[in-house]
Design a protein around this ligand. Structure first.
Ligand SMILES: Cc1cc2nc3c(=O)[nH]c(=O)nc-3n(C[C@H](O)[C@H](O)[C@H](O)COP(=O)(O)O)c2cc1C
Length: 192
């Protein structure tokens, strides 16, 4: 049996992204749960950023940003960046998160995040009170300590990665459990 909750409940699990905007000298961090990969060719992702905050205008002005996926280890810092504004304070200084230079864009990446994506703004649209930004992914950085095999960039140890998951609608943070199967494979059991 199902029950209906209405459209506004926005019950949805998402990874927590810390989006860094601006430049190495003048940067801001905004916590974003509304993030998704969009296309593989070209590699791109989308983020939804409200118009009331500081970050939307910075992205439009600079035309680049970085998406830094938070691990559960920095839950408090990630939450802080989602309940404070760059209008009022320097979130890098206040949170203690560390900025590192990107390779292709001026916005910094965040050292404490295990995965960092450098993005160039290629498209944006205002939908209601929210900016939908499409970023072309120009570079991916991963913490070398997460690689099971240093020469194989695909050998990421998800247990070490420990991504922080936000459950919208109930406003809870969660962690990912253990591996239960291989994607694009386990479904073969149902193929005739
Ligand atoms: C867990 C979490 C997820 C959030 N996700 C989003 C989001 O996807 N889009 C958005 O515009 N704001 C989101 N926010 C709210 C912004 O992070 C918040 O408004 C922030 O203070 C804006 O900062 P800024 O003014 O420095 O840009 C989220 C906050 C939290 C705590």
């Amino acid at each position: 049996m199902k029950t209906t909750l209405g459209a506004k409940r926005l019950l949805f699990p998402s990874p927590v992204a810390l989006v860094a905007t601006g430049t190495l000298d003048e940067s801001n961090i905004v916590t974003i749960a509304w993030v998704s990969l969009l296309t593989s060719k070209p590699p791109s992702l989308g983020i939804s950023v409200g118009t009331r905050g500081f970050s939307g205008e910075a992205i439009k002005r600079n035309k680049h940003f970085t998406v830094n996926i938070a691990s559960a280890d920095i839950m408090v810092e990630a939450d802080f960046c989602g309940i404070s504004s760059g209008k009022d304070l320097d979130k890098f200084a206040a949170s203690g998160l560390t900025k590192l230079p990107s390779v292709h864009v001026d916005s910094p990446i965040i050292a404490e995040c295990p995965l960092n994506l450098e993005c160039r703004l290629v498209q944006w649209q205002l939908v209601g009170q929210t900016n939908h930004f499409v970023g072309e992914i120009l570079e991916t950085h991963v913490d070398t300590r997460l690689l099971k095999n240093a020469s194989d960039h695909a050998s990421i140890d998800i247990d070490q990665f420990n991504p922080l998951i936000y459950f919208g609608g109930v406003r809870e943070y969660r962690i990912v459990g253990e591996k239960i199967g291989d994607a694009y494979q386990v479904g073969n059991k149902l193929k005739k």
